[in-house]
Design a protein around this ligand. Structure first.
Ligand SMILES: CC(C)(COP(=O)(O)OP(=O)(O)OC[C@H]1O[C@@H](n2cnc3c(N)ncnc32)[C@H](O)[C@@H]1OP(=O)(O)O)[C@@H](O)C(=O)NCCC(=O)NCCS
Length: 338
């Protein structure tokens, strides 16, 4: 019997695609350190790595890229229901419903062989940014921007959201976000997907269920709340008191604490902090980064708490121009690779 909370210490399933050392603060995807992947690879390469357990050759990468570019287009039915979804549902509900509906249009139909499943997975990974961008443009009353086949996955997502090709700095930062969120061993949504898959249900059902689990604010959502907190604080001078008041009320600071990285930095934070700093300067809004640094200092001084991936992800996604309620859908879209 486990003595810890929830499934702590219970071996519920095993995964070979990522590995964490919570004492050293290390994360690997299929044996490659997250630092190396963030620095030297792209989300497309990481997608291949997570699916095959090794990095692709140039030809394999070209083939996967071509496949994902072709799969960006949403089926006509999804385009038809999007105005209603944009008006009536939250972004995560839209994603859950659209992914479920996409099963009706998947060319592999009811085939559940490994090759068909691989193609279905790539289609969903490729499709999610299109769905999210189309949702956002509908609700803002803007014309839909068709995917740009010449742009990589992350850059194309920004392009479909804004209608403008992102700068190299923005494209690289967003690609890094996609890499960092792509997998994190066992967690509520991954576990949910695996429970559904283990009943020999199908790919779309497993992903729909995972999205339903991620939708809950106790799982996804911390990046959005972290950014809202920075906005609520408003200026560096208010950060200390704000954090102390949270502690006094026994409330949690969003984007802090981690089940696994308890006494070391979350390695993804170490990567994202300088990204947030650089974007702060480029965008000309240094205050969010500065407030974040102050919150980080006070949380550590007062309680020894360290930021997790979601803390700097909040300001990075804000600097990249994503509306806050699309932070979790973006996380979902990246995590679908894992
Ligand atoms: C991630 C999280 C669920 C991990 O929870 P956990 O491992 O169960 O940590 P615990 O609840 O055992 O926390 C240990 C102590 O640190 C405190 N703590 C942990 N995270 C905290 C936070 N974000 N803010 C304030 N205090 C926090 C707890 O209150 C507890 O204090 P106590 O011993 O006096 O009761 C938790 O840190 C959290 O809710 N963080 C905020 C939400 C978030 O950022 N989620 C994204 C995770 S990637």
């Amino acid at each position: 019997m486990a003595a810890g909370k929830g499934l702590e210490e219970v071996v519920a399933a095993q995964t070979a695609i990522s590995d964490i050392d919570g004492k050293l603060g290390k994360l690997w995807y299929a044996g490659y350190s997250i630092d190396d992947l963030a620095k030297n690879s792209t989300f497309e390469e990481v997608t291949f790595l997570l699916h095959h357990g090794r990095l692709p050759t140039r030809d394999e990468l070209d083939e996967l890229t071509e496949q994902m570019v072709n799969d960006r287009q949403a089926a006509a039915f999804l385009s038809h229901i999007m105005p209603t979804l944009a008006e009536q549902t939250s972004p995560m509900s839209m994603l859950r419903t659209s992914v479920s509906a996409a099963s009706a249009y998947d060319p592999d139909g009811w085939d559940q062989g490994p090759e068909a499943n691989y193609r279905k997975a790539l289609r969903l990974i490729a499709l999610m940014p299109t769905l999210i961008a189309s949702y956002d443009r509908h609700r803002k009353g803007q014309a839909i921007v068709e995917p740009n086949p010449t742009l990589p996955h992350a850059a194309n997502f920004l392009y479909m959201l804004t209608g403008e090709e992102p700068s190299q700095e923005f494209a690289d930062a967003f690609d890094t976000m996609f890499i960092l969120y792509a997998d994190h061993t066992m967690n509520a949504s991954t576990f949910t997907a695996r429970v559904v898959a283990s009943t020999l249900s199908d790919m779309h059902s497993a992903v729909t269920a995972a999205l339903s689990a991620l939708k809950g604010p106790l799982h996804g959502g911390a990046n959005e709340l972290a950014m809202r907190m920075l906005e609520d604080i408003g200026e560096v001078g208010r950060a200390r008191q704000y954090v102390q008041d949270l502690f006094a009320r026994k409330e949690k600071i969003m984007g802090f604490g981690h089940r696994v990285y308890r006494h070391v930095d979350d390695p993804r934070t170490t990567i994202l902090r300088p990204v947030s700093q650089a974007l702060a300067e480029s965008v000309g809004e240094p205050q969010w980064y500065e407030i974040a640094r102050e919150v980080e200092a006070v949380a550590f001084e007062e309680r020894g708490l360290r930021p997790n991936v979601d803390f700097y992800a909040g300001s990075v996604l804000h600097y990249l121009g994503l509306p806050e309620d699309l932070f979790t859908p973006m996380f979902a879209s990246s995590r679908s690779a894992g």
